[in-house]
Design a protein around this ligand. Structure first.
Ligand code: ADP
Length: 190
């Protein structure tokens, strides 16, 4: 299986690039943010809980997020692979992901990390707010919180994959096509 962690700060382009990757490699796309938003829309208990964190730019607690992700993974019978988009966001999530992929007889092939500097992220998120309708994109304070949480809790997850020799850094500045081609090249090199 080809199992990719598509990594990067909020606004790095993970969602956009995921669409290109699933098309080319026939992967299942699992975006924890999208799953939480679907639950909010469906007014489930999980959605109500997730919303209280997402609206503040905080992470949904690990136990909730890990259980949800695991139940999504096992829904798919013999997939070619997965793109994990927005997961793992903490070291505990990365460890849990390794454990349950191992139980399924597979593992992460590579982490592809989109690198974009902070000022560009803020510009992109405020622009996305105009079309996404996402409350967490429209408020500069919430954006700053998300970036702070990324720097403190999520960026360290890179070391987890570096230690396993599975880390590839990708320049996330350029046209969408340019960045897609960088990702294709990286995947085809593994
Ligand atoms: P972005 O990467 O642009 O911030 P996402 O859609 O990936 O957008 O995530 C939106 C929000 O959903 C996050 O700010 C967080 O509150 C919650 N979330 C998504 N994935 C996770 C995760 N793996 N762990 C905890 N919270 C998460």
């Amino acid at each position: 299986m080809l199992n990719i962690v598509l990594f990067g700060p909020p606004g790095a382009g993970k969602g956009t690039q995921s669409e290109r990757l699933i098309e080319k490699y026939g992967l299942v796309h699992l975006s924890t943010g999208d799953i939480f938003r679907a639950n909010i829309k469906g007014e489930t208990a999980l959605g109500t809980l997730a919303k209280s964190y997402m609206d503040q730019g905080q992470l949904v607690p690990d136990s909730v997020t890990i259980d949800m992700l695991r139940s999504e993974v096992v829904k798919h019978e013999s997939p070619r692979g997965f793109i994990f988009d927005g997961f793992p966001r903490t070291n505990a999530q990365a460890e849990a992901l390794d454990t349950f992929l191992n139980e399924l007889g597979t593992g992460i092939s590579v982490m592809l990390a989109l690198e974009v500097e902070e000022s560009e992220l803020k510009t992109r998120l405020l622009k996305r707010a105009e079309v996404s309708g996402r409350a967490d994109d429209a408020n500069p304070e919430v954006i700053q919180n998300r970036i702070n949480v990324y720097n403190q809790e999520t960026a360290p997850v890179k070391s987890f994959y570096q230690a396993q020799n599975k880390f590839i850094s990708i320049n996330g500045i350029g046209s969408i096509d340019e960045i897609t081609n960088r990702l294709f090249q990286a995947i085809d090199s593994i």
